[in-house]
Each structure stands twice: as C-alpha cells, then as structure tokens.
Design a protein. Structure first.
Length: 309
C-alpha cells in the first residue's frame, strides 16, 4: 500500500466520517460505494434526480482529501477540443511567421516544434491525467446524459486505461488514476459499455430523518420546529405526481428563504408565497398552491405534533 492509499479512509465508517466532516450526510450504501471506488481505483457513476447531491460528492471528496477538483460540465455538442485538448493555433501561427522571418527552411523540425506540448491547451480530461503534488485529482464529469453518444465512446479509453491518445504526441497516460465521479440525471440512458467500467449507485431522495439531519448541517439557523415542518412538507410533496419533485437543494433553499421572511413555523400564506423556491414549473405550482397546500400543511402540523408527544 503506497502513501496515497494510506491517506484514504480505510473502511466504510471512515468514508462516512470523511463526508460528514465536509458537511455531507450520506447513508450507508452511498458511503460503501464511495469507499469501494476509492480503494479499487474505479470510476463512480452516480445517477438520480437533479438536486439530490450527486455533484456535491465530488466537491466534498476534493475538499476532504485536499485534492484538486477538475470539472467537465457536459452539454449537447461537447467535443474533444472542449473536453480534452486543442492546439493553440494563434501561437502556432506566430511561431511559423517568426521561423519564416528567420529563414528557417526545415519544415519537419518546425512541424515537430509547433506540435509540442508548449502549444497544447489542456482541457479537463487531459488535465486530470497529469501528476499533481497533492495526489491524483478528483475528476467530475457532470451530467454526462447531456452530452452526445459519440462522446461516451471516446470516454471508454479514458476510463479503461486512464490515457488519452493525441495523434501528434502519442499516448498520455496518468501515472496514478484520478478519482472519477460521473453524474447523470437520466434524461437519456448511458451506454452499458461505459457503465461496465464504473461502480454504480442510484442517489435517491433521503428519508425524513436523514433530510432533517442534512438541513441541520446545511442550514443551522433554522429553528427545530421549522426544520421539522419544512422536511415533512417536502416529503409530502414528493408523494404527488409533479413534473419535477423538489430535491434536497430545494429543501435547503426553502428553509433559508423562510428564515429571511422571519418565519419560525409554516403558515398557509408563507407556503403559497414561496412555492417558487421549491417547485420550478408553473403547472406544479398551480397544482399545489391554495387548497392542496393548505391540506398538506394540516397533515404536516398533525404529524409534527404527534412526533413531539
């Protein structure tokens, strides 16, 4: 076991403690798969709805382990020049003009020079393969489902061998594999060939107990009563047939918004006035506001009162 291995948590409890130390409240199954990804050096593929904390895992690991975070935000049309590398064409042209002015005639030597690493612009994937004094970086490939399928095919080489082939330079291989976190909101299916190279975990919505703990960590200024009511209300909302259910991020945002309104407990007016913090589609807001929100709030008050007895 090398020095880098000894810096990593040695068991599942150690990972849970590491995450909690960086204000991330995980369940046992998530801590387990993170532990395995770290110990086995395998990419971790996290799938789930938006706002459940997938991206935050990479950020937390970066902070907790003292590693550099390299983020590749995926989008439709993402290509190699944005994700991997491109040549610095303006600098190359200047170099060619200078060589011509100096009377340099050796084209092969000039070509070799302008296609050297000093003219290479490194993008996130290539940056993640380079050695770092702090240890292998954390590479976050965020929302892979937004990228086109051909980009997935390119990732196979990166995730299999942790190397990238540049025609003019050859293969560049990482001396130590980066910690790779891949996220997907499942707007489309990711190909099996890529998933086979990763450990997989579905990040779901937390139960009420864990969500309450998350809220206490992320929004400590929220009163105990308001925190219980907020969590109960959001948990109730997730039982409805909505276009986009609120995630943990929305729970935290809502609690903090209510604090700004000087609320210590929920009331029907406050709920209706702030539904736009929780719900991001007008059809969902129209379905909940008014009588349905009032009914849900009554259930919440009853549930919290029973829990306090």
């Amino acid at each position: 076991m090398d020095n880098e291995d000894r810096k990593l948590p040695q068991d599942v409890d150690g990972v849970a403690e590491l995450l909690r130390g960086a204000d991330y409240v995980s369940d046992r199954s998530l801590a387990t798969v993170v532990h395995l990804a770290l110990r086995l050096g395998r990419p971790l593929f996290l799938e789930g709805e938006a706002g459940v904390g997938k991206t935050e895992i990479a950020k937390v690991l970066s902070r907790a382990l003292g590693r550099r975070l390299i983020r590749l935000q995926c989008y439709e049309g993402l290509d190699l020049s944005s994700a991997v590398y491109e040549w610095n064409y303006p600098r190359q042209m200047v170099e060619i003009r200078l060589a011509e002015a100096a009377g340099q005639q050796d084209r092969e030597a000039l070509t070799a020079d302008i296609f050297s690493e000093r003219f290479l612009i490194e993008r996130p994937l290539l940056q993640a393969l380079k050695p770092d004094p702090a240890g292998p970086p954390v590479l976050l490939i965020d929302e892979l489902d937004r990228a086109d399928e051909p980009f997935e095919a390119f990732l196979l080489e990166v995730l299999s061998d942790f190397q990238i082939t540049i025609p003019e330079l050859g293969s560049i291989k990482a001396p130590e594999p980066p910690i790779v976190i891949i996220t997907s909101n499942r707007t489309r299916e990711i190909h099996d060939a890529l998933k086979r190279r990763c450990l997989y975990h579905w990040v779901g919505y937390p139960d009420s107990q864990r969500e309450l703990e998350i809220l206490r960590v992320k929004a400590p200024d929220v009163s105990a009563e308001l925190a219980r009511e907020v969590v109960a209300f959001v948990q109730g909302l997730r039982q409805h047939d909505l276009f986009k259910l609120p995630g943990i991020a929305e729970t935290i945002d809502w609690a903090e918004a209510l604090i700004q309104l000087n609320k210590v407990a929920l009331d029907p007016a406050a709920v209706d006035d702030t539904l736009g913090v929780l719900l991001k589609y007008q059809d969902d807001i129209a379905k909940i506001e008014g009588s349905e929100a009032a009914r849900l709030l009554e259930d919440v008050k009853r549930e919290v009162a029973l829990a306090e007895r």
